[in-house]
Structure formats: C-alpha cells, structure tokens
Design a protein around this ligand. Sequence first.
Ligand SMILES: [Zn+2]
Ligand SMILES: [Zn+2]
Length: 76
Amino acid sequence: MARNTVRVEPRHADNSPCHHAVKPSGRPRDPQSPCTGRTAYAVVCSEHGDVGAPHHLRVLADPAATAHRQEHRATR
Ligand SMILES: [Zn+2]
Ligand SMILES: [Zn+2]
C-alpha cells in the first residue's frame, strides 16, 4: 500500500485548487491567467481527502498538515 501523503493545497474562492503562479499577495502573476487569486489553503490527505476546513493563512495550514501526519503515525 502506498504511503499516504498530506500536503497543503492552495485554493481559489470557489474551492478549486490553485496551481497558478501568484505574487506574494496571492494575486495571479499573469494578468491573462484564469486564476482568481488564492484565498485559502486546504490540508489534503491522500487517504482522507480534505482535512478540516481550509485555512485562510498558509502559516495555519502548515501546522495542521503536520498534526495530521502525526495522527497517522500515532494510529499505525
Ligand atoms: Zn489560481
Ligand atoms: Zn489522513
């Protein structure tokens, strides 16, 4: 069985994943890009999908991802 992964995924306001290049402000680098800007960061687990509600700041999402990884380690 593949080792599950937990990552932080940037999201747009409509909750779709953002893989666009953005400025530090969260706005798209390319004005022609379909990107609407990053508004949230979701913690996504390969086993559980979205973990909790998306976070509005990356600094909040990173510790949530770390905590979820530790939960997996604890239950193994
Ligand atoms: Zn985007
Ligand atoms: Zn999980």
